[in-house]
Design a protein around this ligand. Sequence first.
Ligand SMILES: Cc1cc2nc3c(=O)[nH]c(=O)nc-3n(C[C@H](O)[C@H](O)[C@H](O)COP(=O)(O)OP(=O)(O)OC[C@H]3O[C@@H](n4cnc5c(N)ncnc54)[C@H](O)[C@@H]3O)c2cc1C
Length: 384
Amino acid sequence: MYDVIVMGGGIIGCSVAWQLSKLGKKVLIVERTDIASGSAGATDGVVGYHTKKPGPQLDLAVQSIEMFKTLNEELGMDVEYGLEAGGIQPVENKEQWDMLSAMAEEQRKSGVDIRMISAREACQIEPNLNPDIYGALYSPTGGKVNPLALTVAFSRAAKKLGAEIMTNTEVTGFIIEEGRAKGVVTSKGEFRADAIVNACGSWAGKVAKLAGLDLPIKPRKGQLAVTEPIGPYLTATVQCALYNVIKFRPETIKDQTVLKLGSSLSIEQQESGGLIIGGTREFVDYEGENTFEAVETMMKRAVRFFPALKDVSVIRFFSGFRPYTPDGLSLLGEVKTLPGFYMAAGHEGDGIALAPITGKLIAELIVTGKTSYDISDFSPNRFL
Ligand SMILES: Cc1cc2nc3c(=O)[nH]c(=O)nc-3n(C[C@H](O)[C@H](O)[C@H](O)COP(=O)(O)OP(=O)(O)OC[C@H]3O[C@@H](n4cnc5c(N)ncnc54)[C@H](O)[C@@H]3O)c2cc1C
């Protein structure tokens, strides 16, 4: 018998498990394959404000990013957090400039420093950036992290405090008694708990369905390329303006290919020196292959903004799934129709940045029945 069973050993599940363990709860993580085998191991590591939808998601990110500052120390492991890497979004035309300016105005309502800058200023910050741009959006205070290292650090810290981790164990059903969730049925038997948390990322909708719940989380694929390590090339994380437009205002995109592939650019340099290049957003169910069409688009976008990259070798391609929700907000909280069943999923392209605060708030909710920060906008019950 456990106090809490966390389903899914991704960055969200491991963060929730660590926070619950800190509060003295006996926790079991049940993971279908291995820790960080989902999106946490197939992602960029942008921990910035400027890529967050204005409103509740950005407000939550502000809370979360504050927590990153002390994570190395608290977790006892270097998670490669670059605090002031900053973020830049090069803009290609006046239409994009106007759209990003309006978004930035909304984003500033969360108290963050996000502003429009000239092409010259952008190139002073990132000297390898193609000066042939209209201008850029700039956020000087966001950072980046190694998502794999952070997930492993959360899981190890939870384990140190007594959490148990069962890998290669799939949740296939639930124990429901008198209308309340009482445990999970898995490929390795049944386990009981006072509360269970669905942190299954892009699969969270499928897992919820096993309990008869219809929650609209679906996978949104992102393809990525990694280059050979090169010398210092980029400080900030860079996403072209289309990145925010596709994420927040897809209805404004007229080009059907751009819309289908969600083709923008996202690029950052890891501590190892390799560049991670990505920026696609596709609805193709769980088809994880890298496709010529998407890879070609990504590479063209990369060279358009960073011409010198044409001579750099790519050593690996891979893809991951963002847990998409229709309104762009995560699902955090207890399901009203099934007491004892909590959702901590649906973070789309923001799950790395939002992992620390998600763990904290879900743990508070389970242990005390309330949270130190209002998460009513994120209630899973808005879909029920
Ligand atoms: C290309 C790409 C780029 C991204 N860039 C960023 C970024 O720069 N910044 C950012 O903040 N976010 C980014 N994201 C988003 C981020 O990666 C995700 O939001 C985050 O990883 C979601 O974490 P999770 O723990 O919810 O899901 P996951 O990491 O996918 O974990 C879910 C886990 O549940 C397990 N599971 C599934 N079904 C079952 C079952 N039945 N039983 C037991 N276990 C099960 C899976 O095996 C998996 O390990 C990006 C994502 C992608 C794909």
